[in-house]
Ligand binder design. Structure first.
Ligand code: GLC
Length: 648
């Protein structure tokens, strides 16, 4: 693909945007008198610069998108009911559901540009990554601390040697752009001569780094990341099949230094995104935009800086992602239809269709976006579409993806070839599909969400990220969430073993491996994506355990990891059924292994801060549930039926 950047010059800095990206001019959206300037932050350990907030009163963004598209994504009539719009309007037009910040907020300061300067405070310096103590103080800016006192988290304990090492390594993985920290490379092993694309900043990989920094009290890198990736978001809808669709967020980006026009001596930095054009298999990363929304909400909750999510460009970014996800297609299900490899598992692993990981992240992102979208005439329909989708999605997953002993026994006795609307076996699953391993494996107590559901196909593999994120986001019922943790507990040796956590269980072997992975030598049985063990999943496991009031399980898993991670040089993944070996092709000093460990540690120290990631059960959403797959495609569930989902 040729790269033909458009150039915008502002204040002596050259801003490059690939031609298919949004041409964003920094002067757009500046309120009168506002200026863009570079501040020197004395926040250690490095000199850092950041761009002052651009207060956006208007941008050309709305002209690009308007509200078209959102009418068409709101499916009227087929058993869906607009839900909370009226209620939100009553509450507070313009700001919705933001009162439950992890830190208390002072309203009059919410919009203050001064908020951003808190990173330069002295206390941040002390709590910097190189500090000896874990000090979770001053999560908020000192100058916005009205009422913060009671919310201030102040836990002091000696940082262990391994934590200190982890912070040092994480800081070393930070990437700067125009003098400001903007993300972290995927792996940072100086001895590795062929880093492939691990020298890039991956959106999904950066999330645990971002959380670690936020929990430590450093918001700057996260804010920069959110704003710069927003500018990389694809803005032009194209029909060229090698160009990204409007709203897509890149999988990763790289900061490149290139010669200034016509000069051999002067250089400048550009951000070069990869939308999957150079990834293995050329797959578009469906999860990137979802992670971006989830991180944006976490940033607001933890810092109280809601001004960021209220900016017009940020609001437009959210809308574009949602528009892409909610667009009509041929699919009949509320789940997202994607190709193989469009998420953390980014190679062929037989997860095309409606993989659980994407559905759980999709649900979570919709819940987060719903809290952040500014309500006005232009967003009402979008909000309706979001609510409708949330209702249908949770019903669909809770009902059709759930398996436990009882459900498997039902499937075992399924009749097939049922054509009517009231078919019990709606997807025509042949009982012979129940794999032999599952018959022995499923515990009496506990259950889980299957990996995928397609016509005549249930993928019974257990996928950790999807199950954990379904707990975190309340995609499951509370009872199902409890059952998933019960299953992990009773299958500890299979799912945690010598290194938490298996990416999926069990491995594809023999013919299945040959056919489903295409004989992928990296995804051999019990390696990498094919049932390898990924320590980065620890932070998601910890968030799920904390949410369900079972932090001890997370502590147990963390203790297993802590024994090996540093000694093994922080590998990307482990191999074998019980995770005994460092992965055959695993990178060392993998950043999300390091950051995942730190985030898990800090969440356990401050369990109440896990609320930046979690969503609670929302009964109103369940009442709006539509059941296009039940008795009649146009019959709405009765309230009681919907409510019964809560009681499963
Ligand atoms: C591998 C993983 C992917 C990750 C990337 C960078 O491709 O499958 O999830 O984002 O490495 O670490």
């Amino acid at each position: 693909m040729s790269y033909s950047p458009e150039k915008r010059i502002f204040g002596g800095h050259h801003w490059f945007f690939p031609s298919s990206r949004r041409p964003y001019h920094l002067t757009e959206g500046l309120s009168q008198g506002a200026k863009v300037s570079f501040y020197h932050s004395n926040f250690s350990p490095k000199r850092r610069f950041f761009i002052s907030e651009i207060r956006c009163n208007s941008t050309t963004a709305e002209q690009h998108t308007g509200n078209q598209g959102f009418e068409s994504i709101y499916v009227q009539g087929i058993g869906v009911k607009p839900l909370v719009i009226e209620k939100i309007e009553e509450q507070n037009p313009g700001v919705s559901g933001k009162s439950d910040s992890c830190v208390q907020e002072s309203d009059d300061l919410r919009d203050s540009e001064e908020i951003r300067s808190f990173n330069s405070s002295e206390s941040s310096e002390e709590t910097g990554a190189s500090g000896d103590h874990v000090r979770f103080e001053e999560i908020r800016a000192p100058e916005v601390s009205g009422g913060v006192e009671e919310n201030r988290v102040s836990i002091e304990r000696e940082e262990s040697a391994i934590e200190k090492e982890a912070w040092r390594l994480l800081n070393a993985a930070v990437v700067n752009y125009c003098g400001s920290p903007i993300g972290s490379v995927a792996a940072n092993n100086p001895a590795d001569n062929s880093p492939l694309n691990y020298d890039q900043v991956f959106i999904r990989d950066f999330v645990p780094s971002a959380l670690a920094y936020l929990l430590k009290g450093d918001r700057e890198i996260v804010r920069n990341f959110l704003l710069h990736t927003l500018q990389l978001q694809s803005w032009e809808k194209t029909v060229d099949c090698y160009s990204p669709g409007q709203g897509l967020m890149p999988a990763s980006f790289k900061v490149r230094t290139v010669p200034l026009d016509g000069s051999h001596e002067a250089f400048e930095e550009i951000l070069d995104p990869d939308f999957g054009e150079s990834a293995i298999g050329r797959v578009a990363p469906v999860d990137s935009g979802l992670w971006w929304i989830i991180l944006l909400r976490a940033y607001g909750k933890l810092t109280g800086d809601y001004a960021l999510q209220e900016r017009v460009d940020v609001q437009t970014g959210i809308k574009l992602i949602l528009n892409l996800c909610l667009a009509d297609g041929f699919d009949m299900f509320p789940t997202l239809l994607v190709t193989d490899g469009s998420c953390m598992i980014d190679r062929r692993m037989g997860i095309h269709g409606h993989p659980l990981e994407i559905q759980a992240l999709f649900y979570s992102a919709l819940r987060c976006a719903r809290e952040m979208i500014t309500i006005n005439d232009g967003t009402k329909n979008l909000m309706r579409a979001v609510n409708n989708r949330l209702s249908a999605l949770s019903f669909h997953i809770r009902e059709y993806y759930w398996v436990d002993m009882k459900k498997i026994n039902e499937i075992y006795r399924y009749k097939t070839e049922e054509y009517s609307h009231d078919a019990v076996n709606k997807f025509n699953i042949y009982p012979e599909q129940i794999p032999s391993w599952l018959v022995e494996w499923i515990p009496d107590k506990g259950g889980y969400l299957i990996g995928n559901l397609q016509p005549a196909h249930m993928d019974f593999r257990f996928f950790s990220l999807g199950n954990l994120w379904a707990i975190v986001s309340s995609l499951t019922t509370p009872e199902q969430a409890e059952s998933i943790l019960n299953l992990i507990e009773s299958k500890w040796d299979d799912l945690v073993g010598k290194m938490p956590l298996k990416i999926c269980f069990p491995a594809l072997e023999y013919e299945e491996w040959r056919i489903i992975t295409g004989s992928d030598p990296k995804n051999t049985p019990w390696s990498y994506h094919n049932a390898g063990s990924w320590p980065t999943l620890l932070w998601q496991f910890t968030a799920a355990c904390i949410k369900m009031g079972r932090p001890d399980m997370a502590k147990r898993a963390l203790a297993v990891a802590e024994k090996r991670l540093s000694k093994d040089l922080w590998p990307e993944y482990y191999d074998t059924r019980s995770a005994r070996f460092i992965g055959k092709q695993a990178r060392l000093y993998q950043t999300w292994t390091i950051a995942g460990f730190l985030t898990a540690k800090m969440l356990l120290d401050n369990p109440e801060l896990a609320c930046m990631l979690t969503c609670e059960e929302d009964l109103e959403l369940l009442e709006g549930c539509s059941c296009p797959l039940s008795a009649s495609p146009r019959t709405k569930c009765s309230r009681n039926a919907a409510r019964s989902q809560v009681l499963v």
